[in-house]
Ligand binder design. Structure first.
Ligand SMILES: Cc1cc2nc3c(=O)[nH]c(=O)nc-3n(C[C@H](O)[C@H](O)[C@H](O)COP(=O)(O)OP(=O)(O)OC[C@H]3O[C@@H](n4cnc5c(N)ncnc54)[C@H](O)[C@@H]3O)c2cc1C
Length: 364
């Protein structure tokens, strides 16, 4: 069976690889290049944080995140180019005056991960021993051992190389549109993220919107962190994700806006004030880049899969701020749905894979 994938950002690439491994003939079309610079994935910090996200994320998203961590290891192991994938836990820190936030955060952890020991409370001496440059700066922290991170840009490029290797026809800078691909032989898989807003919202059901996020990349040769650090803060919650070669991704604002213009002064002040408060050595860091992107978000904050047998179209969207965290499990669910369609030649009943439901798409 032929599959045309429209949108080769994160989910499009992961799905193309999963489908090619299942023996589908896959073609991928993206309006941008193989480096993925037009995708939200290109801007992302690529934190894999299914424990810390308990504060904001739904139970489904947390579960998909837990499933995806081992899948990432399997994927990265087989990629033809090296990708920085770290699973060394993450650290939540806070200033003394924000102790109430830490209590609240611990309640979120207890609620979301009841009965599981997914976090440890570190005292000042533990922080100094495990993350020496933060020694003396914080009196307590939560350590979340299961969490990890990727290098997003290496991942996008290595996935593109893997697609070439698996015989996926990648059409970068492609002007293909959904209507013409729906005429083609086979099925269309729509993975355009925010780019699918008009067609997604043309059907009844959940609404797709963009949620602006701003990040900065800095080079700080004097700072050494061995894992992502998050600051619990009432106004400027911040994460610092250390990438190879003393590059740090600082993120991210979350603004209800579909404006993807460059970083605002306010966003920069928030990010850099919080960064400096975590460690003043960041004051000497060199600013490499600032960027903004739109997170494709549905009103229930969960990802969703729809299919329309009439148009032979499957659409997946709503990965919001968790695309890296949950992408492999969503791609896995998509591959299983398309395998069922191939085997049965008729639409499967509404069903659930990896806890993620798919449903027949009401034609607009
Ligand atoms: C600032 C920021 C920080 C983030 N940090 C994290 C994080 O730490 N951890 C995490 O898990 N997630 C994070 N995310 C979220 C993650 O990046 C997204 O959830 C993920 O990229 C969504 O994947 P997607 O494939 O649906 O969309 P995208 O990655 O945006 O890909 C969509 C693709 O579709 C293409 N496209 C659009 N329209 C068309 C068209 N008409 N024709 C052809 N191609 C088209 C685009 O060029 C793009 O390549 C972050 C996002 C942002 C913005």
């Amino acid at each position: 069976m032929n599959i045309h994938i429209l949108g080769g950002g994160l989910l499009g690439r992961l799905s193309a690889l999963a489908l090619a491994k299942q023996g589908f003939q896959v073609a991928l079309h993206d309006s941008g290049g193989r480096e993925g610079a037009q995708s939200a994935a290109y801007v992302a910090a690529a934190m894999l944080a299914p424990m810390a996200e308990a504060v904001d994320a739904t139970a489904l998203v947390l579960a998909l995140g837990r499933q995806s961590l081992p899948l990432w290891h399997d994927i990265v192991r087989t990629l033809p180019e090296p990708v920085f994938l770290q699973q060394n836990g993450s650290l939540m820190v806070w200033h003394g005056q924000d102790a109430a936030l830490a209590q609240q955060f611990e309640r979120h952890l207890q609620r979301a991960h009841a009965g599981q020991s997914v976090w440890q409370r570190w005292q000042a001496a533990d922080i100094a021993a495990q993350e020496p440059q933060l020694g003396g700066r914080f009196q307590a922290a939560f350590y979340l051992p299961g969490e990890g991170q990727l290098d997003n840009r290496q991942t996008l490029l290595a996935l593109a190389a893997a697609l070439d290797q698996h015989g996926v026809a990648c059409h970068w800078h492609s002007r293909a549109d959904a209507a013409s691909l729906q005429q083609a032989n086979g099925w269309l898989l729509d993975c355009r993220g925010f780019g699918a807003k008009t067609s997604w919202n043309a059907a009844a059901g959940s609404r797709l919107r963009g949620v602006r996020g701003e990040v900065a990349r800095v080079w700080a040769p004097e700072v050494a962190l061995t894992r992502p650090v998050r600051l619990l803060h009432p106004r400027y919650p911040l994460y610092i994700a250390p990438k190879p070669n003393h590059v740090f991704v600082i993120g991210a604002t979350q603004i209800e806006s579909e404006d993807d213009s460059p970083l605002s002064v306010r966003g920069g002040l928030e990010l850099f004030s919080a960064l400096y408060a975590v460690h003043p050595a960041f004051g000497e860091a060199r600013l490499l880049e600032t960027a903004s992107g739109l997170r494709p978000t549905l009103n229930h904050d969960n990802p969703e899969i729809r299919y329309c047998p009439h148009r032979r179209t499957v659409a997946a969207n709503g990965l919001f701020r968790h695309g890296f965290m949950i992408g492999p499990a969503v791609a896995d669910a998509l591959a299983r749905l398309l395998c069922l369609l191939r085997e049965q030649q008729s639409p499967p009943p509404q069903d659930t894979v990896n806890g993620l439901a798919w449903q027949q798409w009401p034609v607009a």
